[in-house]
Ligand binder design. Structure first.
Ligand SMILES: Nc1nc2c(ncn2[C@@H]2O[C@H](COP(=O)(O)OP(=O)(O)OP(=O)(O)O)[C@@H](O)[C@H]2O)c(=O)[nH]1
Length: 310
């Protein structure tokens, strides 16, 4: 007997609906022949690329279709089923929740991402998720470039009930991180989540800022930071891949969180990023609420992207 769908399942399906609808539009009109031929395969591959899945994934799906269905009958549902399978294979190795295993505590997670990527909201959602898993969390408002970023994080901290270390606009982020680790250690905090000024506009500035934080952290605990998480806005499409590349070089990204997958037809970015970089994707954001960020099940998300979830 199948389980009744959970609300999260419905959110996943709803969140990726624009992406799977767009795929449907791109596939429209391709199934006019009785059997699958080269021309139809070319059209399908183009449709997959146009759906932001990336050329490597599109080629993989094309090859799988060619192997299984060449000169046989095929329709859109058949293509979607093959897609779901291939996408699940690509996502399975990267779908990895954050593991909280640092000893001594706290585990230090640096969070980076360009302005507007959803970084602040994601930090709050991540803190909430970890609280639900019974970890104690403390935040550090290390994005000291903008007063608004500090204020916003403080509001979130109060809302979800976690302590926060914050200072003034333009203050020294590394000093706040130092204070965070000291207080976190003294009070037995499991996880310290550090907001950073992850600006791409100024690579040298970002590297200086992060290396200063790393130096300070290293003095207190050589294993810290344990994670460097890049928050990526899925609506940026191809540009998101460039961001991963640059942040990986400059900031030593260890994992990704992809946000705003509900507000875009470009959810294929998740697959393109997985195929291209193979970095762990710790969680996905599919809404603005505090519960809208979770680790994901590769198969469930693959089916939602391919539009075969119902
Ligand atoms: N639909 C949707 N909106 C999101 C998601 N995550 C964040 N947002 C929204 O995106 C907007 C930007 O989020 P912030 O958290 O302020 O982004 P930020 O990267 O900290 O941006 P700055 O504060 O400008 O640096 C807010 O309106 C959030 O509610 C998501 O998963 N889905």
């Amino acid at each position: 007997m199948t389980q009744p769908p959970t609300p999260w399942h419905q959110k996943i399906v709803g969140g990726f609906r624009r992406t799977s609808d767009k795929l449907g539009e791109n596939l429209t009109g391709l199934f006019t022949k009785a059997t699958l031929d080269r021309e139809t395969l070319d059209g399908i591959e183009e449709a997959l690329i146009a759906s932001d899945l990336g050329p490597a994934t599109a080629a993989r799906i094309r090859n799988r279709l060619a192997d299984e269905r060449y000169e046989k009958g095929i329709d859109e549902q058949g293509v979607r089923a093959v897609m779901a399978n291939e996408i699940a294979r690509i996502l399975a190795p990267v779908a990895k929740p954050l593991e909280i295993e640092a000893f001594p505590r706290p585990q230090v997670i640096l969070v980076i991402g360009v302005n507007g990527s959803g970084k602040t909201t994601t930090i709050a959602k991540l803190a909430h998720l970890l609280q639900e898993q019974d970890y104690s969390v403390m935040l550090v408002a290390g994005d000291t470039f903008r007063a608004a970023a500090i204020g916003q994080l403080k509001v979130w901290a109060e809302r979800i009930g976690v302590p926060i270390i914050s200072g003034k606009e333009g203050g020294d982020a590394a000093g706040l991180v130092y204070e965070g680790v000291k207080q976190g250690t003294a009070t037995g905090i499991d996880v310290l989540i550090v907001d950073t000024a992850g600006r791409l506009q100024n690579k040298a500035g970002l590297m200086d800022e992060l290396s200063k934080i790393r130096r300070v952290l290293g003095r207190l605990n050589p294993a810290a930071p344990h994670d460097v998480v890049l928050v990526l806005d899925a609506t940026t499409g191809q540009n998101g891949l460039n961001q991963i590349e640059v942040f990986r070089e400059t900031a030593g990204v260890t994992g990704l969180v992809m946000t705003k997958l509900d507000g875009t037809a470009r959810g294929g970015l998740l697959v393109a990023a997985a195929e291209k970089f193979g970095l762990p994707v710790h969680a996905i954001g599919i809404g603005e609420g505090v519960d809208d960020l979770r680790p994901f099940d590769a198969e469930e998300v693959a089916r939602a992207i391919a539009g075969v979830s119902e």
